[in-house]
Design a protein around this ligand. Structure first.
Ligand code: FES
Length: 179
């Protein structure tokens, strides 16, 4: 009789334990499900939320003001390490902004002012002041960034590197004539 009562109370304790475990697991699953739903709602909300008036993504932040155009002498190249580009002032005074990355495997290019060329330290590719390949293995010219001249100041839009297959005269930007 005593043994039977002991077994009965042990069974009751087990049942309570199982019930507690089950409700704990249910609680955990509910919490996890709630968190997942909240995350999905946040993602959908931030995707659908319109840009604030006047916001232009990061484009305006990517415009580098390189200063007055008359600061640059013809046939010179100036490095802008933070903007990841070189500003080339060509022989005729036109401007181009060229990527610092070699088009072979992406090494950073130094400008050699003596030889007037970008010489890659990795596999010896070389590029002229317009970024055109003068020595392989680089497969194509250096990427460029859009240049504009506003109030005689040179501005470079670093938001997008422009891939090219050769030199086009329209890529060169000049200071507009006039006062
Ligand atoms: S990375 Fe410049 S030549 Fe290979």
């Amino acid at each position: 009789m005593i043994r039977w009562k002991k077994r009965e109370s042990a069974d009751r304790a087990n049942a309570v334990d199982n019930q507690t475990r089950r409700s704990l697991l249910n609680g955990m699953w509910l919490t996890l499900g709630g968190l997942a739903l909240a995350e999905v709602a946040w993602l959908v909300g931030s995707f659908l939320k319109p840009l604030k008036h006047g916001a232009t993504s990061d484009r305006s932040a990517a415009i580098v003001d390189a200063g007055p155009a008359d600061r640059y002498s013809p046939s010179t190249v100036t490095a802008f390490p933070q903007g990841r580009f070189y500003l080339a002032c060509l022989e005729d005074g036109g401007f181009m902004a060229l990527s610092r990355r070699c088009t072979h495997l992406g090494c950073t290019l130094p400008w050699d002012p003596e030889k007037k060329q970008f010489a890659c330290p990795c596999h010896a590719s070389a590029f002229d002041i317009r970024g055109c390949v003068i020595k392989s293995p680089a497969p194509r010219p250096l990427d460029r960034f859009a240049v504009s001249i506003e109030n005689k100041r040179v501005k470079v839009d670093t938001s997008r590197a422009i891939r090219r297959i050769g030199f086009d005269a329209s890529e060169v930007v000049y200071v507009p004539a006039g006062p």
